[in-house]
Design a protein around this ligand. Sequence first.
Ligand SMILES: Nc1ncnc2c1ncn2[C@@H]1O[C@H](COP(=O)(O)OP(=O)(O)OP(=O)(O)O)[C@@H](O)[C@H]1O
Ligand SMILES: [Mg+2]
Length: 255
Amino acid sequence: MSFLSVGNVHHTYFSKEATTQALQDINLTINKGEFVSFIGPSGCGKTTLLSIIAGLFEPTSGSVKIEEQEVYGNTNLSIGYMLQQDYLFPWKTIEENITLGLKLLKNEKQSYAKVASNLLSDVGLPPVEKKYPRELSGGMRQRVALARTLAVDPKILLLDEPFSALDYQSKLKLEDLVWRKLKEYEKTAVLVTHDLGEAIAMSDRIFLFSARPGRIHQIFDVPEELRAITPFEARSHSSYSSLFQVIWKELESLE
Ligand SMILES: Nc1ncnc2c1ncn2[C@@H]1O[C@H](COP(=O)(O)OP(=O)(O)OP(=O)(O)O)[C@@H](O)[C@H]1O
Ligand SMILES: [Mg+2]
């Protein structure tokens, strides 16, 4: 049984000036524990599709189901969403930011302070729970955002270019961290990225989208030898460059 299924999804944005067909006939299934990436030219509908999968809005037509339950309007499904900007609340401490979701879920059995400190060390941060987001670097804030996302134990993680605002070194470190945590917690994840190397290094499968309207152009399986090693190791593996060449050619043909 597939964990996530997207069936015949079409989406059109309507505004006073224009109608934009963002997605056309998207069909895909993702298995439990699988890590997939969406790549494709700017404006091909990746964020639109991720938002629809997150249940943020309803597609013009079609359906999205997680474990057979329709996503839109469903409050039982916990979905983690991590974005390019960390969206931490500047007036709340790191601890309050991390445990906010838990408090909303009214999970009162746990000690929030304990949860926050465990998660911080889990994502490789020193005890910064009493600090404010402005006192942390961009890379540290993204780690806090990851801790906050993991705190509510979501069924699926949706990552929309979560590393793109970071310097190269922090980005490589966070790729490894996120990859390891998701494997450890056996989470299913969808990553949107402009970085083909990142998609290859982190994913089990890669969906390449074409633009105007957004459609699935091709699906690539990442070979087992790359899936078995960390993203950092994968980047220097010989299979990495051959797959990079193949997908790069396809990307070029689309732009
Ligand atoms: N709220 C909106 N109202 C109207 N049109 C929109 C809206 N959001 C996105 N679009 C349009 O829908 C199309 C898909 O946008 P989307 O943001 O999903 O693309 P994307 O693949 O995430 O792009 P990028 O790689 O630049 O982030 C684009 O043509 C965009 O202009
Ligand atoms: Mg986008």
